[in-house]
Design a protein around this ligand. Structure first.
Ligand SMILES: [Zn+2]
Length: 313
């Protein structure tokens, strides 16, 4: 009998590994279309919440060009690292790639690699950034500079740390960049459930795509999720799951077209974490999208994911 199993033994409080860097926040103007301040605010909310004392925060160092080139063309990687991204690509990304933006993209990517390794060791880990799923092999797009999940998947597969990776992308937008980069890679299965009429106009083909009509509410969404999760692992046993927990399916999101409530989002996150934890499959969550002019509101929605994760440490 293990000491921990003895009657009366007090279980040590389990800790949630969280990956965060202050420079995830590239300090945009408060009225910018991309709510950059949410990264700083989210970490403040985590520290102030009940999970603050149960979190161990890990800080990543910027990803190297070698890592980034596993999922992106070297030409584009070098352009971002030198802050010399062509204006046409910057327009597609949605902001200029300054030194701060370049650094945050490198940090967020390394943060997802770190969260993946922590999940492999601890079972679960959360990055407070990442989920830049619109970045394609040749360039960034849709507020995404580097595709952190694609880079981390390619790196861990190349290093032999995992044999199979599953990407569950529940951001309201399709994970088009991830699908494009990972297409034809048998060791990676990409699953995206998104709003059919939302960005990107031209969708890519994930391993499994579920396109939802406008206005879907909690009950129908969660029912579809319960149908989807078993299918995501049908004939494919992953060594690691990346979970894009974008909160833009929320009814108040500026860019979403779905109608989930706070409770619906948290139930979604709980079901995803529970599903994989019950099967002993490590899961690393990445932040994904969430859009509001109210930074407190949007950070509060992202906090739900961390609260849900803390229930499954
Ligand atoms: Zn999104």
């Amino acid at each position: 009998m293990d000491d921990r199993d003895r009657p009366g033994h007090k279980q040590p409080m389990p800790f949630l590994p969280i990956v965060h860097a202050p420079d995830y926040d590239a300090d945009f103007a408060p009225d910018h279309r991309f709510p950059m301040g949410k990264y700083t605010r989210l970490m403040q909310l985590i520290r102030a919440s009940h999970i603050g004392e149960r979190a161990i925060v890990h800080v990543p160092a910027p990803a190297s060009a070698e890592w980034l080139s596993l999922a992106h063309d070297r030409v584009y990687v070098d352009q971002v690292l030198a802050c010399k991204v062509p204006a046409s690509i910057e327009r597609e990304i949605g902001f200029p790639v300054s030194e701060r933006v370049s650094l945050r993209a490198q940090l967020a990517t390394a943060g997802t690699v770190m969260a993946a390794r922590l999940a492999l060791a601890e079972g679960i880990a959360c990055n407070t950034a990442g989920g830049s799923h619109h970045a394609r092999r040749a360039q960034g797009a849709g507020f995404c500079t580097f595709n952190d999940v694609a880079v981390a998947s390619a790196l861990l597969l190349a290093d032999g740390e995992v044999g199979r990776v599953l990407v569950i992308d529940l951001d309201v937008h399709q994970g088009d960049g991830t699908a494009e980069i990972c297409v034809g890679v048998n060791a990676i299965r990409t699953v995206s459930m998104h709003s059919e009429k939302n960005y990107p106009v031209r969708k890519q083909t994930s391993s499994i795509d579920v396109a939802l009509p406008d206005g879907v509410r909690d009950e129908a969404y969660l029912e579809t999720l319960d149908w989807l999760l078993p299918r995501a692992i049908e004939g494919f046993t992953p060594d690691l799951v990346f979970y894009n927990a974008g909160v833009d399916p929320h009814e108040s999101d500026r860019l979403g077209r779905l109608s989930l409530t706070d409770r619906g989002l948290k139930d979604r996150d709980r079901r995803v974490f529970a599903f994989f934890r019950e099967r002993g499959i490590p899961i690393a969550s990445v932040l994904g999208g969430g859009y509001s002019r109210d930074i407190d509101a949007i950070a509060g929605r992202h906090l739900l994911t961390f609260e849900a994760a803390a229930e499954f440490v």
